[in-house]
Design a protein. Structure first.
Length: 451
């Protein structure tokens, strides 16, 4: 998935006394530009001095060195009680140690106290991170929105950027139509950080690539994933590199660059294997299998896709895993002409998606079910399935996919002489292309089944 974007171990900006920074600079007779020294911008120093931004430790060290003051000279008094700060630190350790349910419980307990803004922001971000990594985006969103507001208020630009990436990921998990807008905002904040945070920048690009995949905007997806790989050269994170190669493979395959798609899929598979986490192995097998499926190598595809389903069974993986794999298997057996078997897998995909409230794979499964039903001459089921898929895509505001599905159904209706109904769905397809409707959204956690 575009991840839990693992904001592990990221330090907050340092709480300082803004007037101390300005006083130390003036005592040394330095201008803002001279204090910045080409290592940060003049504007960044000005924001620190006016209390609108907290400096990173690196920037604070630069200020201390150039003004001849000890770092302690600039530090503000710590927030909260010693007990609260200790509880906050223990919470962060739980999140970084992947003890996620315990972290959520500890964070919610800590939030029962009245916390000062910086402490509350830390706690809410930690709870949000834990929930995102549990793939529970809905409950994460209020925590992350509040954390972002608090970090904005205290001028901690680094933590605002980190929170925006987490918030975008939570919105992605619940398929919120505002995900693209928030993701672009996160990318902008990442690109303006001083000093930069390469790992966070890569996370933002990976998220935007996934968003574009869900919208079937293959060109944008390929661009974001390629930018992420370029930016990740200085970031040692096998799982993130695997996700980027994985996403790039899916986008290349959709653009018809099959040889490049397979190379990227193989790189992703090797990296996922090195990572070893079950959910990443499922993603690897599913996406490599789907790339082979799209290239017509059905036997090779079947081996990988069934391995992905076996891993789901073995490790009891459901959310953001099983429905996607079932859709891939449904599409595989449609390609093999084994229509009833395809329908069996697709109905299971619908059941899982409905139970887990995963609207994106449900829409894909229903569109594939419509195609399968037509192969059996079952027009009534096909009608219901197309109509359900179109309603779901309208709800998600996935305009490119809505256009494709509505056009496909309109052509089917036209071929059967149902002209009035056909016109209705041509109009839906046309409306999805209207300039006023272009709020393209999205992202494919498992880049399969483009139905």
């Amino acid at each position: 998935m575009p991840g839990s974007t693992g904001a592990r171990g990221h330090a907050r900006g340092i709480a300082v006394k803004p007037e101390a920074v300005r006083r130390a600079r003036l005592e040394q007779g330095l201008s803002l530009t001279e204090l910045a020294g080409g290592q940060v911008t003049r504007a960044a120093i000005h924001l620190v001095e006016t209390g609108k931004m907290r400096p990173s430790m690196r920037t604070l060290q630069l200020i201390a060195k150039r003004t001849g003051k000890p770092i302690s000279y600039f530090l503000a008094a710590p927030e909260g009680s010693e007990e609260q700060r200790q509880a906050r630190d223990e919470l962060l350790s739980l999140v970084d140690g992947d003890e996620l349910p315990a972290a959520v419980a500890a964070g919610n307990e800590l939030l029962r106290d009245r916390l000062e803004p910086g402490l509350e922001a830390d706690v809410r971000l930690a709870v949000g991170r834990a929930l995102v990594r549990l793939r529970d985006g809905g409950p994460a969103l209020p925590h992350l929105a509040r954390a972002r507001q608090l970090f904005e208020r205290i001028g901690d630009g680094w933590m605002v950027a980190q929170t925006l990436v987490q918030e975008s990921t939570a919105m992605f998990l619940v398929q919120d139509p505002r995900t693209l807008q928030r993701g672009l905002e996160a990318l902008d904040r990442c690109e303006r950080l001083e000093p930069p945070d390469p790992a966070l920048h890569v996370n933002a690009l990976n998220l935007l690539g996934s968003v574009s995949m869900r919208a079937h905007d293959w060109q944008s997806a390929a661009r974001f994933f390629a930018m992420g790989l370029e930016a990740s050269r200085d970031v040692v994170d096998l799982r993130q590199a695997a996700r980027l190669h994985d996403g790039l493979s899916a986008a290349q395959e959709r653009l018809g660059n099959f040889a490049s798609a397979l190379r990227s899929a193989e790189r992703a598979a090797a990296l996922y294997t090195a990572d070893g986490a079950p959910v990443t192995r499922v993603r690897s097998e599913n996406n490599l299998g789907y790339a082979l499926l799209r290239q017509g190598e059905l036997d090779a595809a079947a081996a990988h896709l069934h391995r992905a389903l076996d891993l789901c069974d073995e490790h009891h993986l459901e959310r953001l895993s099983r429905a996607y794999v079932l859709n891939s298997l449904g599409e595989l057996y449609l390609a093999r002409g084994q229509v009833r078997l395809a329908i069996d897998y697709l109905r299971k995909a619908v059941d899982v998606a409905v139970r887990l409230r995963e609207v994106d794979p449900e829409a894909a499964a229903r569109r594939l079910l419509a195609r399968a039903s037509l192969r059996l001459g079952d027009e009534e089921t096909a009608d219901r399935s197309y109509e359900a898929a179109i309603e779901l895509l309208q709800r998600l505001e996935l305009l490119e996919r809505l256009r494709e599905c509505a056009m496909e159904y309109a052509e089917h209706l036209h071929d059967r002489g149902r002209l009035e109904e056909s016109i209705r769905y041509w109009r839906i397809a046309a409306a999805a292309l209207a300039p006023a409707a272009v709020s393209r959204e999205s992202g494919a956690l498992l880049s399969q089944s483009g139905a």
